[in-house]
Design a protein around this ligand. Structure first.
Ligand SMILES: *Cc1c(COP(=O)(O)O)cnc(C)c1O
Length: 379
């Protein structure tokens, strides 16, 4: 199985000596826009590329508003603040995620509360969430109180793992029935749709990332998307040092953040957005080839897009039989120049989140031992 897989991946990527997990794809007007941006001298916090990039995200996702930020973690931080999360509040999320989700929660002094994922979507499970909310919370003065800790649960943050959308209809109903804000960590899911609607638009806000390993990149960057005008205005204001607009005066009326995306990065983003449809088509064709290849193997399960969803197939993933086979697979592929990586360690296994409250995490624990990402760059 290892040798066949190695040969197959080699063939997909032109028999290159080293095949990375995911490299950026620059094949459009990146250099033109960067040079134009430098020539304009507007490389920093103001400039036309920021507005243009935000507008392109609006048009692509169908969001009413988009606010660019310096990275995806900053976008999440602001989204959580704007949904009313305060120190000592709790935020529900999944343990199977990149650490940024929990870091953003911690920046506010709030606490993550871990609920399991689905095996099918690798993302937050509505059944497990419902079970937790029904058995361990109560409503008090319009807020959701955790009966165990006595704290208020202000937000729930599902993350669309590797671009596969969570069950958003069920999750958004649960959130609104229990007076909890829904914030989607859509860092990995630009170009992923749930029932034809773009991910990130099912709750109060969604956040995107344009880090170097994501579907498109600005070097570093992020975005808050929302349909709420007031939230968009507040997001812009808070991410730009809470400056009250004035022709010359520097007047700030609360503690803000220097979280704006530099124009230089936005220039790269505009060029990347022009390539996005092509990138998504290419990724889908790679995923279909993997799917066809792995479906002949009993020992491997390829993670395909959930039903009624279109995934961007950002990172392809397979499930192996057990931890030992996974470790041998990682060993064999990496030794032969094919980069593969295990899924993240669960957040509740990291020292800073070890004492967080959790529901039963059976699926997350199971997946943590078995899931491996395989090369997924544009070919
Ligand atoms: C990439 C990513 C982020 C944001 O990361 P930045 O590097 O700050 O842009 C957040 N959450 C998840 C799940 C991610 O994969």
């Amino acid at each position: 199985m290892f040798k066949e897989t190695i040969d197959f991946v080699r063939g997909l990527y032109d028999h290159k000596e080293f095949i990375p997990l995911h490299e950026p794809y620059f094949n459009g007007k990146e250099k033109d826009y960067l040079i134009d941006c430098i020539d304009s001298t507007f490389v920093s916090s103001v400039g036309k590329y920021v507005d243009r990039f935000e507008q392109m995200i609006v048009e692509f996702t169908g969001a009413k508003y988009a606010v660019a930020t310096v990275n995806g973690t900053a976008a999440l931080h602001i989204a959580l603040l704007l949904s009313g999360v305060k120190k000592e509040d709790e935020v529900i999320t999944q343990p199977l995620t990149f650490v940024a989700t929990c870091n953003a929660i911690s920046y506010i002094g709030a606490r993550p509360l871990f609920i399991d994922v689905d095996r099918e979507t690798l993302s937050l499970s509505p059944e497990k969430l419902e079970d937790f909310l029904v058995n361990h919370t109560l409503q008090q003065d319009g807020f959701c109180k955790n009966k165990v800790s006595g704290r208020t649960i202000k937000a729930v943050v599902p993350m669309h793992t590797f671009g596969h959308p969570a069950k958003l209809k069920e999750l958004s109903e649960l959130a609104s029935n229990h007076n909890i804000a829904l914030i989607e960590d859509a860092a990995e899911s630009l170009g992923s749709y749930y029932k034809k609607k773009h991910t990130g638009l099912f709750g109060a806000m969604g956040t995107l990332s344009f880090n170097g390993n994501k579907t498109i990149t600005t070097g570093g960057g992020g975005m808050i998307i929302t349909n709420d005008e007031n939230i968009a205005k507040r997001a812009k204001y808070l991410t730009t040092t809470a400056k009250v607009p004035h022709k010359w005066e520097f007047y700030h009326d609360e503690v803000g953040f220097n979280y704006r995306l530099p124009n230089l990065n936005a220039a790269l983003g505009c060029a990347q957005m022009e390539l996005l449809p092509k990138i998504l088509g290419n990724k889908r064709s790679t995923a279909l080839m993997y799917q066809e290849f792995f479906c002949q193997m009993d020992e491997v399960e390829f993670i395909a897009e959930p039903s009624e969803c279109d995934s961007n197939y950002w990172l392809n993933a397979i499930v192996l039989k057990n931890r030992e086979i996974r470790d041998s697979f990682l060993e064999a592929t990496n030794r032969s120049g094919i980069m593969t990586r295990p899924i993240w360690k669960l957040m509740n296994h990291l020292p800073m989140f070890r004492n967080s409250q959790s529901g039963d995490l059976e699926n997350s624990e199971w997946l943590e031992q078995r899931v491996v990402n395989i090369p997924s760059s544009v070919r």
